[in-house]
Design a protein around this ligand. Structure first.
Ligand SMILES: *[C@@H]1O[C@H](CO)[C@@H](O)[C@H](O)[C@H]1NC(C)=O
Ligand SMILES: *[C@@H]1O[C@H](CO)[C@@H](O)[C@H](O)[C@H]1NC(C)=O
Ligand SMILES: *[C@@H]1O[C@H](CO)[C@@H](O)[C@H](O)[C@H]1NC(C)=O
Ligand SMILES: *[C@@H]1O[C@H](CO)[C@@H](O)[C@H](O)[C@H]1NC(C)=O
Ligand SMILES: *[C@@H]1O[C@H](CO)[C@@H](O)[C@H](O)[C@H]1NC(C)=O
Ligand SMILES: *[C@@H]1O[C@H](CO)[C@@H](O)[C@H](O)[C@H]1NC(C)=O
Length: 345
C-alpha cells in the first residue's frame, strides 16, 4: 500500500505530497531537522477502543495522525475512510487525540502524530499492541474406539500473545486427574482402557481466563470378570451368586449350570443384571441346586466366563481363589483367645 493506499481521491494524494513538503513527515521518511519522540506502547484488547494522544500547543501550525504511511486525520479533517477512527471531541487545547474503536489485530503497528511548530517538524510515535484472549477455535469431536487403536486429538486456538495449549486427562467417573501434555495435537497410540475418559484442552495466554473445552474418549474393551463370589447357603434359604464384569460397552450376562443355560423365572431362579453386575438368585435352595455354575459375560468386543459354586454350609472350596470361607468370625474368636492367653503370661 503506497502513500495513497487508503485514498482513492487524487486530489488528496497531492495534499499528502504537500504535507510531506511541509515536513509533516510520514513514518519511514526521516525528519531532517525535527525530533521524534517514542512514547510508551499502547496495549488494548481486540474489540476495545484505543486512544492515541498527542501533545500540542498554541504554536503548532499543522498536525496530523498517521497509521504507518497513511494519513488518518490532518488537523480536524478526516482522511481515513475507516468509520472506526474518530477525532476525540473534547480534545483539550493541548491535546490532539484520536480514538480507534473496535480495534482489530490489523490495527497493530506504529502510529505517528506529526506536528509542525514554527516551521520545525516533530513527531510522536506510539506503537499499538493488540491483545487477543486465548480462544479455542476447533477441537476434536468425542470419539469411541476399540482398545489398541490410535487416537489423535486436536485442539486449535487463537490468541495474542500466542495461546499456550495443554491437555489434561480426567479418569472416568471423576476417579482422578491424569497426565498433562502440551501442544495442539495429542497422540494416543495403542490406547488402553485406562486412557478412556475426558480430555480437557486448556488454552491460555494470561490475557483473560483460559478457554477450556473437553473431548470425551470412550475405549471399547472385552469383558473381564472382576468378581465371582461363591457362597455357602443352607437348604431352604434364599441363595445368591454374584458376578461382576467390567466392559465397554456394558456386558450382557448369561448363567449356566454345567451345560444347561438358566433362564430368569424358570427352575426357581431369578436372574438380575444391572450395570456391571449380575445376580443369580435361588428363591429356596434345595439339595440339587448345589453345584458348579458359570457366569458368562459378553459384549461386541468379546466373551469370558467364570465358575461360581453354590455349596452347602460347612463346605470348604479352593476354586482359584474365588470361593472363600463362609465367614471368619471363628478366626477372630481364636485370635482374641490367643491374645488373652498372651496377656496372662
Ligand atoms: C513497544 O513494542 C515494540 C514492538 O512490539 C517493542 O519492540 C518495543 O520494545 C516496545 N517498547 C516499549 C517501551 O515497551
Ligand atoms: C492501519 O493500517 C493497517 C495496514 O494498512 C490496516 O490494516 C489497518 O486497518 C489500519 N488501521 C487503522 C485504524 O487505520
Ligand atoms: C475443525 O477441524 C476439522 C479437522 O481438521 C475440520 O474438518 C473442520 O472443518 C474444522 N472445523 C471448523 C469449524 O473449522
Ligand atoms: C423351601 O422348599 C422346601 C422343600 O421344598 C419347603 O419345605 C419350604 O417350605 C420352602 N421354603 C420357602 C420359604 O418357600
Ligand atoms: C466348575 O466348572 C469349570 C468348568 O465348567 C471347571 O473348570 C471348574 O474346575 C469347576 N469347579 C469345580 C469346583 O468343580
Ligand atoms: C468358558 O470359557 C472357556 C474358555 O474360554 C470355554 O472353553 C468354555 O466353553 C466357556 N464356558 C461357557 C459355559 O461358556
Amino acid at each position: 500500500m503506497g502513500i495513497c493506499g487508503y485514498l482513492a481521491v487524487p486530489g488528496k494524494c497531492l495534499v499528502v505530497l504537500g504535507l510531506k513538503l511541509l515536513f509533516l513527515v510520514p513514518a519511514g521518511v526521516p525528519a531532517r531537522s525535527g525530533d521524534s519522540v517514542l512514547k510508551d506502547n499502547i496495549t488494548v484488547r481486540q474489540g476495545e477502543s484505543a486512544v492515541l494522544k498527542c501533545n500540542v500547543d498554541s504554536k503548532v501550525s499543522r498536525v496530523a495522525w498517521l497509521n504507518r504511511t497513511t494519513i488518518l486525520f490532518a488537523g480536524s479533517e478526516k482522511w481515513s475512510l475507516d468509520p472506526r477512527v474518530i477525532l476525540m471531541e473534547n480534545t483539550a487545547v493541548t491535546e490532539y487525540s484520536i480514538k480507534i474503536q473496535n480495534v482489530d489485530i490489523h490495527d497493530e503497528g506504529p502510529y505517528v502524530c506529526s506536528i509542525l511548530t514554527n516551521k520545525k517538524p516533530k513527531s510522536t510515535k506510539v506503537h499499538l499492541i493488540v491483545q487477543v484472549p486465548a480462544r479455542i477455535t476447533n477441537i476434536s469431536k468425542d470419539v469411541t474406539v476399540n482398545e489398541g487403536s490410535n487416537v489423535n486429538l486436536m485442539c486449535l486456538a487463537v490468541g495474542r500473545p500466542e495461546a499456550n495449549i495443554i491437555w489434561k486427562h480426567h479418569l472416568p467417573r471423576g476417579e482422578g486427574e491424569g497426565f498433562v501434555m502440551e501442544g495442539e495435537h495429542l497422540e494416543l497410540t495403542a490406547i488402553t482402557k485406562e486412557q478412556s475418559g475426558s480430555y480437557e484442552c486448556i488454552a491460555s495466554n494470561d490475557i483473560s481466563s483460559p478457554d477450556v473445552r473437553t473431548v470425551q474418549v470412550t475405549v471399547n474393551y472385552p469383558p473381564y470378570i472382576s468378581k465371582a463370589r461363591s457362597t455357602g447357603t443352607p437348604i431352604g434359604q434364599k441363595g445368591v451368586l454374584q458376578c461382576e464384569a467390567s466392559a465397554v460397552p456394558r456386558a450382557d450376562f448369561e448363567w449356566y449350570k454345567e451345560d444347561r443355560r438358566l433362564f430368569n423365572g424358570l427352575n426357581g431362579v431369578k436372574i438380575e443384571s444391572q450395570g456391571k453386575q449380575s445376580m443369580l438368585i435361588f428363591f429356596n435352595v434345595s439339595e440339587e441346586d448345589y453345584g458348579n455354575y458359570t457366569c458368562v459375560a459378553m459384549n461386541t468386543m468379546g466373551i469370558t466366563n467364570a465358575s461360581i459354586i453354590l455349596y452347602g454350609p460347612g463346605a470348604i472350596h479352593d476354586v482359584n481363589g474365588a470361593a472363600v470361607l463362609p465367614s471368619c468370625s471363628v478366626c477372630l474368636l481364636l485370635l482374641t483367645v490367643t491374645l488373652l492367653h498372651l496377656l496372662k503370661f
